[in-house]
Design a protein around this ligand. Structure first.
Ligand SMILES: Nc1ncnc2c1ncn2[C@@H]1O[C@H](COP(=O)(O)OP(=O)(O)OP(=O)(O)O)[C@@H](O)[C@H]1O
Ligand SMILES: [Mg+2]
Length: 267
């Protein structure tokens, strides 16, 4: 069950999730709040002491806490089944934590591994245009400029070459770029990536990761990026390691890399 929750972008808001009786008799209040006023001291993504267990009682997240500041690219690694995707879904508000609190600055864009589930409109341009925040009197040219800007940011250039194409006429890698372009067109303050480049070849993957890195810094976006690919960690500001639903290590990339190489067969 989702909370009664409305948020007008640009205004802070807060929702308190309803208590769900059936999960645990000791279940405390859970907070999920959205804010538009993130700063380095007021992180855009803040997860505090979050636990999540499935209906079966199986624990997927165990007292997880993390923070991502505007302009920071945090990469989350860990073995299959350790809870990375569950954590992203809890951060996004798609799953309600069983315990703890989540604070998320909006708009928030979520990029999945499979671009096919995210491209819904007849052409690349309409798909990206659908994400552009609109004003009632917004000229069509302004929407078009935003679409072109987003396409160029992800390397779909020249944009005219791809704008009219339908998703099935793009390669898998081009489709994933289009999905990231749609995400950027939202003008997000936070972005969540769940193995977004897993289907791309190494050259295209590296190029897209570098472009996202640049946009995150330039637009002060707080980004949380799940990956199994150690080469992607090169552009991270911080690295978070998960295991069995817990965060086992967390720190700046330079400090974390020796540990990552030591345990590379486990991430
Ligand atoms: N809908 C669900 N119902 C019950 N259990 C689930 C559900 N989805 C995932 N799980 C379980 O929750 C745990 C965490 O899954 P999650 O998908 O978050 O792992 P992950 O770290 O993203 O793994 P991967 O690297 O394979 O993507 C796993 O044990 C998984 O089996
Ligand atoms: Mg996953």
């Amino acid at each position: 069950m989702y909370p009664a929750f409305t948020h007008v972008p640009g205004t802070p808001c807060r929702a308190t999730l309803p208590h769900r009786r059936n999960l645990s008799p000791k279940r405390p209040r859970v907070n999920f709040s959205c804010t538009a006023n993130a700063s380095r001291s007021n992180p855009a993504i803040a997860v505090d002491n979050v636990s999540f267990w499935w209906k079966s009682g199986r624990v997927a997240l165990d007292k997880v806490s993390l923070r991502v500041a505007p302009g920071e690219l945090a990469m989350l690694v860990g073995p299959n089944g350790c809870g990375k995707s569950t954590l992203l879904r809890v951060v996004r508000g798609l799953l309600i934590p069983s315990y703890g609190s989540v604070q998320l600055s909006t708009p928030c864009a979520f990029v999945h591994q499979n671009p096919d589930v995210q491209m819904l409109f007849p052409s690349v341009a309409t798909d990206i245009a659908a994400s552009v925040p609109k004003r009632p009197d917004m000229p069509v040219d302004e929407i078009r400029d935003s679409v072109i800007e987003a396409m160029e940011a992800v390397g779909l250039s020249p944009p005219e070459k791809y704008m009219r194409l339908s998703a099935h006429r793009l390669s898998g890698g081009q489709r994933q770029r289009a999905v990231v372009a749609s995400a950027l067109a939202m003008r997000p303050t936070t972005m969540l990536f769940d193995e977004a480049t897993a289907s791309m070849d190494p050259v295209n993957r590296a190029e897209l990761v570098a472009r996202v890195r640049r946009v995150v810094s330039e637009r002060s976006i707080a980004a949380l990026w799940v990956t199994h690919l150690l080469e992607e960690l090169d552009v991270a500001d911080t690295i978070i390691v998960m295991r069995g639903g817990k965060i086992t290590a967390h720190g700046p990339r330079v400090a974390m890399m020796p540990l990552i190489y030591e345990m590379q067969d486990q991430v």
